[in-house]
Design a protein around this ligand. Structure first.
Ligand code: FEO
Ligand code: CA
Ligand code: CA
Length: 626
């Protein structure tokens, strides 16, 4: 029997399928170490409250006054138990749980079967992730991602949850993708509005359109779609985003893991390697659905790894894959506007040693104007960070990359390597500060930093914004565009925080000065600003609370003040879970938070299956929470 790999992270699973070279011998290691010491001094100085760039230097007295006014809750301790904790004066309750009906023709969740096939695309899906709330008339609608499957839970009757039929595969395909659901607050709190005409499930089989430079290219064509312009499904939907015109952006991340080959001798195209596309998928799709069998449909993987735009106000609309935003393991899509109205989308590629990107539209957004090509017609850039705290966005063009526009859109990682982009410690969510012209990106961790190259063979020296070798804790980088213009190609940067453990280490692995015994965490991942300019940080890291991670407890959500660097713990998730996904009700009095892959008994109690859930958090006095 094959080994059970269901417990592995996507990165570890990838590297098991496609091992990196064992050793590297970077010429620059010694030089890098020297740079690292010099650089960290500046970072640590920043963590103590002295900004290293820009305006707004605060003395420590002013900083303290600012702290008192910005973080208005009493920080909570770590937790290691199986439930959610919030500060005094706040409460929470589940809003939507995996398997909960969106429509009245779906039965209530069955803990013995994990739900039936017939209703699997009529219920709230698995592994809740990025989400956004939209106001439609006087109604509130949440669009939310269902990132991947938990086959042992979803197919509890199967050995290790391994699909043994096309029906099993269809059930898993239906439980993933995206959910659009109306929610409303009643006497018992928030709930799904069952049978709302806005409710919709988008799955691995929902028809969608392809636009942008890759649309219609030979590499996008399959027997089922000789046009290369229509695809079934979106998958491994991780983080999200919202356009200025009120559509939802869902981001396809670890799409490679769904493909395999029924022919062990199949010779993989060269470009599979960079994306980790192998001969065995995680869910056995390839055995039962020819689309996912690369020996039969070798171009199908080229049709995933994009950002998809969805109109949450029209359940009959066709989702659109916007290939101008590139193909990689998309984490989220942080959209904003340049002063002249150009649309900017910041994006991370979450894999060890991959890059950060920015898209700038050629046209400008005008309220009520035509937005249909703003995410098709524009320029994609990749980030290069310099050790002197400057950086630049390098345009990915035929001239800079030696690739055609379609190739840049399909093999974006190769384009980034061709221009010497900076290898990063797994870029997760990007967040744009609504109260200052600056952006933050969670670099979650990278055990390969300084030790192994990325999947394209690019070196990963421990320098710049990724300064620690074998980085197990993660950091948050921030940058400010030149001239306060998000369309600018130059920026300055610093590190907002380096997670670490000062109880265990006394070097750079202790973290920056804004880490202390009261706010320990590792692996920042989800990140959103609230309307007041507080940065909410969610974690997806080691929750065993021992060794390097002692004192960190379960994954959690913290609030950070961008000006002072103060970070405090707001919420702890149940054991085993990742805290991911955050949005607010229209009146800002409710915060919706995603709890992904908790361990039982969350939230239904002993003897029940664990269920990924969205919870609502409110203040007891009903004051706004962001
Ligand atoms: Fe789906 Fe990188 O988190
Ligand atoms: Ca994530
Ligand atoms: Ca993560």
């Amino acid at each position: 029997m094959k080994d059970d790999t269901s417990h592995l992270s996507w990165d570890d699973w990838d590297e098991l399928q496609s091992p990196r070279p064992d050793t590297t011998d970077f010429d620059g290691v010694v030089d890098s170490a020297m740079n690292r010491r010099g650089f960290l001094g500046r970072v640590l100085a920043f963590g103590s409250g002295a900004a290293v760039m820009g305006t707004g230097l605060l003395n420590s007295g002013a900083a303290q006054a600012q702290i008192a006014s910005r973080i208005g809750f009493k920080p909570i301790p770590i937790a290691t138990d199986a439930t959610v904790h919030v500060p005094e004066g706040y409460s929470w309750h589940p809003v939507a749980k995996w398997g909960q009906p969106l429509f009245s023709d779906a039965p209530e969740f069955d803990h013995t079967t994990g739900g039936d096939l017939a209703s699997s695309d009529r219920v709230f899906g698995e592994n809740t992730d990025g989400m956004e709330l939209f106001t439609v008339g006087n109604r509130q609608v949440i669009a939310v991602n269902h990132e991947y499957a938990n086959p042992k839970l979803n197919l509890p009757q199967n050995m290790d949850g391994i699909p043994t039929s096309a029906q099993d595969v269809t059930k898993l395909q239906n439980l993933q993708g995206v959910c659009v659901m109306e929610v409303a607050e009643g006497e018992n709190g928030w709930d799904i509005v069952v049978d709302s005409d806005l409710n919709r499930r988008i799955t691995h089989n929902t028809p969608m359109k392809v636009t942008g430079p890759a649309a219609g290219h030979t590499l996008m064509m399959t027997d089922a779609d000789p046009t290369g312009r229509t695809v079934l499904g979106t998958m491994n939907n991780c983080g999200a985003g919202k356009t200025p015109w009120g559509t939802y952006l869902t981001c396809e991340e670890n799409f490679n893991g769904y493909f395999g080959s029924t022919d062990a001798a199949f010779e993989k195209p060269a470009d599979y390697a960079r994306y980790g596309i192998g001969l065995e998928g995680r869910y056995a799709y390839e055995k039962f659905d020819v689309r996912f069998d690369v020996s039969q449909t070798p171009n199908e993987p080229h049709r995933f790894g994009y950002i998809v735009e969805i109109d949450p106000t029209d359940p009959t609309s066709t989702p659109i894959k916007r290939t101008a935003l590139g193909r990689f393991k998309h984490e989220n899509a942080a959209a904003t506007l340049a002063p002249n109205g150009q649309v900017i989308v910041y994006m991370g590629d979450d894999e060890r040693g991959e890059f950060m990107y920015k898209y700038v539209s050629n046209g400008v957004y005008t309220p009520g104007g035509d937005t249909s090509t703003l995410l098709d017609d524009g320029q994609l850039y990749v980030a290069k960070f310099n050790d002197d705290l400057s950086g630049e966005w390098i345009a990915l063009t035929p001239e800079t990359t030696g690739m055609t526009p379609a190739e840049i859109a399909i093999f974006t990682r190769r384009a980034g390597s061709n221009v010497g982009a900076t290898t990063m410690d797994r870029p997760e969510w990007v967040a744009v500060n609504p109260t200052a012209v600056e952006c933050y990106c969670a670099l979650t961790n990278n055990k390969n930093r300084g030790l192994l190259p990325n999947a394209g063979g690019d070196e990963t020296p421990a320098i710049g914004p990724n300064p620690r070798e074998a980085n197990q804790y993660g950091q948050i980088v921030r940058w400010r565009p030149a001239d306060d213009d998000h369309a600018a190609t130059e920026f300055t940067w610093d590190l907002y925080v380096m997670a670490g453990n000062p109880e265990v280490h006394d070097d750079a692995y202790a973290g920056s000065d804004n880490i202390n015994a009261g706010n320990l965490f590792n692996s920042p991942d989800g990140m959103m600003f609230d309307s007041t300019g507080l940065l909410w940080i969610q974690t997806d890291g080691d929750y065993e609370n021992e060794g390097d991670f002692a004192g960190m407890g379960n994954n959690q959500m913290l609030a950070g003040d961008p000006v002072t660097g103060q970070i405090e713990r707001f919420m702890t998730g149940p054991y085993g879970s990742e805290v991911t996904g955050l949005t607010w009700s229209a009146d800002r009095r409710t915060m919706f938070v995603g709890i992904q892959h908790p361990a039982a008994p969350f939230p239904d109690g002993d003897g029940k299956l664990a269920r990924s859930s969205i919870i609502a958090i409110k203040r007891d006095d009903n004051a706004p929470v962001g």
